[in-house]
Design a protein around this ligand. Structure first.
Ligand SMILES: C[S@@+](CC[C@H](N)C(=O)[O-])C[C@H]1O[C@@H](n2cnc3c(N)ncnc32)[C@H](O)[C@@H]1O
Length: 273
């Protein structure tokens, strides 16, 4: 867990994002969700995927949703903005949570969007306290997926859904490293989709929706070529979150997808009434 925490712990992250915004000439009093998207939605297919998940979730303004492994909170804020609900995000990285809180203030969204530094394996909330949970591409870093899902189950109200959008393993192993979520295999715990499905049901959930999104992920990364020389990185991008070797990581993700070493699953799992 310490290794994973340090992987997601850039220094002075908020100020680096502000610097990036300044460099591209954004007026800080008018920053929008879309302006931050290149850096704050750190998952395959970015805001396009987040919008699909929002539709799929059916979350409504009267609800309070928990985002487990929220990163710097881009999809947390987008969910609140589009569905109108209150959203609480938790993440292992205190640096990400600090940036998440300050970016939320910058967008004047702090009334409905809150954050806490916490582990997905020990959620600091009462039983049956949320109307919905969502978790976006965090479980790759979680070895004990059953404990994570039992925690999600515990904090959900009966009859309510967990929306999960997760990278899984595939037919072939091993994966190529580094990848965006891990420098090497010691930080990455992928299970094939069928095993993931079994863990979800073992935690007590009924599966309502199960969509394999691997082909869309393959398309999204199809342009990646092997990087050479000094990387040409944009002012704002997820390299600010996980380092300047991001192009190598994205290229390896492309190879893993094409060679059927990783897959991408979107699912809605319901806690029975
Ligand atoms: C690939 S990022 C995705 C972040 C965010 N969901 C998004 O889509 O922008 C994975 C995130 O999982 C978090 N994470 C990893 N292990 C965790 C754990 N045990 N508990 C909480 N968060 C964790 C990391 O700190 C990181 O922010």
């Amino acid at each position: 867990m310490n290794e994973i925490h340090s992987y997601y712990s850039p220094n002075d992250l908020y100020n680096k994002i502000i610097e990036g915004l300044n460099e591209i000439g954004k007026d800080l009093s008018k920053v929008t969700l879309d302006d931050l998207q290149p850096v704050d939605e750190f998952h395959i297919r970015g805001d396009t995927a987040t919008k699909e998940l929002i539709k799929l979730s059916g979350f409504t303004p009267d609800m309070h949703i928990l985002d487990v492994g929220c990163g710097v909170g881009g999809s947390t804020r987008r969910l609140s903005h589009e569905a109108g609900c209150c959203v609480t995000g938790i993440d292992l990285s205190d640096q990400y949570i600090d940036a998440a809180e300050r970016l939320t203030q910058l967008l004047n969204m702090e009334e409905r969007v809150k954050f806490h530094a916490a582990s997905a394996l020990e959620l600091p909330f009462e039983d049956n306290s949320f109307d919905g949970v969502w978790s976006i591409q965090m479980s790759m870093n979680i070895e004990d997926k059953l404990s994570w899902l039992k925690e999600v189950y515990r904090v959900l109200k009966p009859g309510r859904p967990a929306v999960l959008y997760e990278v899984c393993g595939h037919k072939n192993t091993p994966q190529h490293f580094p990848v965006p979520w891990a420098q090497d295999s010691s930080m990455s715990f992928l299970v094939p989709p069928e095993a993931f499905r079994n863990i979800i049901t073992s935690a007590g959930f009924d599966i309502d929706v199960w969509n394999d999104k691997t082909d869309l992920a393959q398309q999204a990364f199809s342009h990646m070529t092997e990087p050479t020389g000094e990387p040409n990185l944009p002012e704002l991008g997820v390299h600010l979150l996980v380092g300047n070797d991001i192009l190598t990581k994205a290229y390896n993700l492309h190879r893993n997808l094409d060679e059927e070493r990783v897959s991408l699953i979107e699912t809605v799992a319901k806690k029975p009434k």
